[in-house]
Design a protein around this ligand. Structure first.
Ligand SMILES: N[C@@H](CCC(=O)N[C@@H](CS)C(=O)NCC(=O)O)C(=O)O
Length: 220
């Protein structure tokens, strides 16, 4: 198999999902940074969506972070990041779906919404989704991770948004971490993962990097 090429940017939470999967699965790859404030023509030439992340293997490209992570799971099964049991796999995908359709859109909605009146409604929905996540974690199998003892693609789908959370507290006064004890313990376990330790960035990095987005000078 030819060496996998990864295209991302350290400020992108979706790209971070894939960086974590590459690290957890110990997949050899070459990493390329795409300037998100000035996406180069060469990137548009290989990326159907024009967004990061994207992986390229041989002549084929795969994009959309959670699809990429499923692709990595299929193509590099040696270190699995999904359970074997079909029902457990389906449950894992339901959590990822909730992240992509409820938690993340409201999270990003609050970051990027410049109209304070509209931010109010989003705050409520985001708070409700955090409560659902915490209740879900309370009911999951014993262990530090989302599905119990083993880290999975579910943890990787959610974690980047929690690492980026200082952006929400700094710019929007919204703290996602204090109220929910199960989320708090999960986050503490994630921060101990070598994959996270090797890739994490400081709060100040995110606060600075998000500035053009939250003050409206950059498009999302
Ligand atoms: N649903 C996509 C979202 C990817 C995405 O929105 N990436 C942003 C950076 S965080 C991007 O590339 N933006 C550039 C643009 O839209 O021009 C995924 O999960 O991969």
């Amino acid at each position: 198999m030819s060496r996998l090429q990864f295209y991302g940017n350290d400020v992108c939470p979706f790209a971070y999902r894939v960086r974590l999967a590459l690290a957890e699965k110990a997949i050899e790859h070459e990493s390329h940074t795409v300037d998100l404030l000035n996406i180069p023509a060469w990137y548009y030439a290989i990326s159907p969506s024009g967004k990061v992340p994207l992986v390229k293997q041989g002549g084929e490209v795969v994009w959309e972070s959670t699809v990429i992570n499923e692709f990595l799971e299929d193509a590099y099964p040696e270190i699995p990041l999904l359970p074997k049991d079909p029902v457990a796999r389906a449950r894992a995908r339901i959590w990822i779906e909730f992240c992509n359709t409820v938690f993340q859109p409201n999270y990003c909605g609050l970051v990027f919404e410049l109209d304070e009146n509209k931010q109010g409604g989003i705050r409520g929905v985001l708070q409700d989704s955090l409560k659902s996540l915490d209740e879900g974690l309370a009911k999951s199998a014993p262990g530090p991770y989302w599905l119990g003892e083993q880290i999975s693609l579910v943890d990787l789908a959610y974690y980047p948004f929690f690492e980026h959370a200082p952006v929400l507290s700094y710019y929007r006064g919204f703290d996602i971490q204090t109220k929910y004890s199960h989320l708090h313990h999960w986050l503490a376990a994630m921060r101990e993962r070598p994959s996270v330790r090797d890739n994490q960035r400081e709060a100040e990095f995110y606060i600075e990097a998000y500035k053009p987005y939250v003050d409206g000078t950059a498009s999302k």
